[in-house]
Design a binder for this molecule. Structure first.
Ligand SMILES: Nc1ncnc2c1ncn2[C@@H]1O[C@H](COP(=O)(O)OP(=O)(O)OP(=O)(O)O)[C@@H](O)[C@H]1O
Ligand SMILES: [Mg+2]
Length: 246
C-alpha cells in the first residue's frame, strides 16, 4: 500500500470531469474496508444527485440504481480501494459496455480477477522520481551539504520507491542538516528493514520510523487521533484540534 493508487485515481477523476464530452457521468467513490453493498449503493446514488429509498432492501435498491445508471448512458465508475469481491449485479451496476468504464483499485489481486477487470500492477517509483519526490519533501537545502548527499541517497533507497514511505520519511527529516542525525536515521531505517520481506511490511517500518520521530509523546497521541477517521476521509483541521483539546 501507499504506492499511489488513490492519487492516480484522483487525477483521472479530475481529468475526466474536465473532458465532459466523452462520458455522461463520472463517479468516484472510496470503498475501503468497512464497506457493504448498501453503502456503495448510497455512495453512487449520492454522486448522481439522487437518493435511493433508505428502507428498501439491497435488491430493490440495486434494481433502481441499475435503471438510473442505464438511463445515464455512458458512465465512468471508479471504485477506489476495494477489499472484498464485489458482485456488480448485487449493487446494481450495469456491465460496462458501449463505452462505459469501470475502474477498480485494490490491494488484492483476486478482487480484481473476480470482476474480470484487466489487471494493471502499480509499479513503484523509478529511482530518479523517488529522488525528486524525496528532495521536494525534505527541502532542497540538503543539496548544499555535500557530506550529507550519499547518506540521503541511501535513505531514499530504503524507501524502495514507495511514495508513502518517501513522503513520510522525508517529512520527518525536513530541516535536519546534521550528518550524525542523518546517519542515525539511516541506521534506524536499515535496521528496521532487515528480516522484512514484503513491501507492505516495509512501508509499515517507515511509518514506524516517522512515528518514533514525533519526539513528544503528546504529539504522538495527537497523531493517533487521526486513526479515528475512516481511510481517505478529509480531516477537518478545526474538528481535529477540537478533538485534541477535549
Ligand atoms: N506519484 C506520486 N508523486 C508524489 N506523491 C505521491 C505519488 N503517488 C503517491 N503519492 C503520495 O503517497 C501517499 C500514498 O499514496 P496513495 O494514498 O495514493 O496510495 P494508495 O496506493 O492509494 O494506498 P492504499 O493502498 O493505502 O490505498 C500520499 O501521500 C500521496 O500524496
Ligand atoms: Mg488508496
Amino acid at each position: 500500500f501507499g504506492v499511489g493508487k488513490t492519487t492516480i485515481m484522483k487525477i483521472i477523476n479530475n481529468q475526466l470531469l474536465k473532458e465532459t464530452q466523452k462520458f455522461n457521468i463520472v463517479i468516484w467513490i472510496i470503498v475501503s474496508k468497512e464497506m457493504n453493498i448498501y453503502k456503495i449503493q448510497s455512495g453512487i446514488s449520492l454522486k448522481m444527485g439522487v437518493t435511493l429509498p433508505k428502507n428498501e432492501d439491497e435488491t430493490i435498491r440495486a434494481g433502481m440504481l441499475y435503471e438510473m445508471l442505464t438511463q445515464k448512458g455512458r458512465y465512468v465508475l471508479i471504485l477506489d480501494d476495494l477489499w472484498d469481491k464485489l458482485s456488480l449485479e448485487e449493487v446494481g451496476i450495469p456491465q460496462p459496455s458501449n463505452g462505459s468504464k469501470l475502474v477498480v483499485t485494490t490491494r488484492m489481486l483476486d478482487v480484481c480477477r473476480y470482476l474480470g477487470c484487466r489487471e494493471i500492477r502499480m509499479p513503484t517509483l523509478p529511482k530518479q522520481d523517488a529522488w525528486s519526490l524525496f528532495l521536494e519533501k525534505v527541502g532542497r537545502d540538503v543539496l548544499n551539504y555535500p557530506d550529507l548527499l550519499p547518506i540521503v541517497e541511501s535513505v531514499v533507497e530504503q524507501c524502495a520507491g514507495l511514495p508513502l514511505a518517501i513522503v513520510t520519511v522525508a517529512s520527518s527529516m525536513k530541516g535536519i542538516t546534521n550528518v550524525h542525525e542523518w546517519r542515525n536515521a539511516l541506521n534506524e531505517l536499515s535496521r528496521c528493514v532487515r528480516g522484512v520481506t514484503g513491501l507492505d511490511e516495509k512501508v509499515l517500518q517507515q511509518l514506524q520510523f516517522s512515528y518514533d520521530h514525533l519526539n513528544d509523546e503528546r504529539v504522538q497521541h495527537c497523531f493517533l487521533c487521526c486513526a479515528l477517521y475512516p481511510e481517505d476521509h478529509n480531516i477537518s483541521e478545526f474538528n481535529l484540534i477540537k478533538l485534541w483539546i477535549a
